[in-house]
Design a protein around this ligand. Structure first.
Ligand code: SF4
Length: 101
């Protein structure tokens, strides 16, 4: 059974630091790497990690949710993110194909 987002998000460890979870830094790989690592470290001590991860996987969310990024969610079976560009979609499909061979 899934709890509504407004119930579990009350206990989110990321409250007040959401800027770490969504970045405009894709063109700066080193900065993105640091930001993502920091976000995931918050997730891994969050009391609602499982609820958050399940929600994001079911909704193909953008950003770091439940300790996962878009690629990790897709590889876990999440639908293709609706915002994925053609090149991102192709890259994700190729990764999933390699994972299943
Ligand atoms: S698991 Fe991460 S993204 Fe989800 S609510 Fe907790 S801290 Fe926020």
């Amino acid at each position: 059974m899934f709890l509504p987002v407004n119930v579990w998000s009350e206990h989110a460890a990321c409250k007040g630091s959401l800027h770490i979870f969504y970045g405009e830094d894709n063109y700066q790989p080193q900065i993105k790497k640091i930001r993502v690592r920091k976000a995931k470290s918050i997730c891994f001590v969050c009391p609602v990690l499982k609820e958050c991860r399940d929600y994001a996987r079911n909704n193909a969310e953008f950003g770091i949710w439940g300790g996962e990024d878009e690629e990790e969610r897709y590889l876990a079976g999440s639908p293709m993110p609706p915002y994925a560009t053609a090149s991102v979609a192709r890259r994700l499909r190729n990764i999933r194909k390699k994972e299943t061979v």
